[in-house]
Design a protein. Structure first.
Length: 208
């Protein structure tokens, strides 16, 4: 049975929380993690990059000089790629970077990511997380009390306005509300904070 440190609402450790091995005790699968992270990052790309070809740049409507007798190479337009301000050859154009991945593989990759974080001691479980105020300073003090380091991902089962407002201005802190949990965000996090309700929701959704 996998375990993780358990903290109460004021940031005091209360022992260890038991975690289901079906969700948090999976063996490592670097191949799946690579595919899942690569897919998520590719799907985030807008694909709006564009360069102009010689047909799209302005100018070049006439032959710059006569064909023969000048001593120069023959040219038909000043907008050919070899000229300054000419068109771009083989440049990027708008396209979709979207990649697909079977649903079962995506689910397994997420479970492997969670399991790897439990294995290296990066996961902490919270009895509850409902800040009384939206003040960022007080939330930062609470994070220091719990003992977070580096990039921190807070996973909750319910959306909380105070939590969103308190965390949004903290660099390196992100709040994820289930079911919107990303394999990339899990792998990127140095500290993973899971509320008890989030643990129960994950185990209910993926332990079957």
């Amino acid at each position: 049975m996998a375990t993780a440190p358990l903290y109460n609402v004021v940031g005091e450790r209360m022992g260890d929380a038991d975690l289901d091995d079906a969700v948090f005790g999976r063996p490592s699968r670097p191949d799946l993690l690579y595919l899942a992270v690569n897919r998520e990052l590719a799907n985030r790309r807008a694909g709006t990059h564009d360069t102009k070809t010689r047909a799209e740049v302005s100018g070049g409507g006439h032959k710059p000089y006569r064909q023969k007798g000048t001593g120069h190479a023959r040219q038909g337009s000043t907008r050919a790629p070899q000229h300054r301000h000419g068109g771009v050859v083989h440049g990027p154009h708008p396209r979709s970077h979207e990649k697909d991945m079977p649903r079962k593989m995506r689910r397994l990759a997420l479970l492997c990511a969670l399991s790897s974080k439990v294995a290296d001691g990066s996961v902490k479980v919270l009895e509850d997380l409902q800040p009384a105020t939206h003040k960022t300073r007080e939330f930062k003090q609470w994070l220091d009390q719990v003992g977070t380091a580096g990039h921190t991902l807070v996973v909750t089962a319910q959306r909380g306005e105070n939590l969103r407002l308190a965390a949004r201005n903290l660099p390196g802190v992100r709040v994820a509300v289930l079911p919107g949990l990303s394999t990339y965000e899990v792998m990127r996090a140095d500290t993973l904070l899971l509320t008890r309700a989030a643990v129960d929701a994950l185990q209910e959704a993926y332990a079957g």
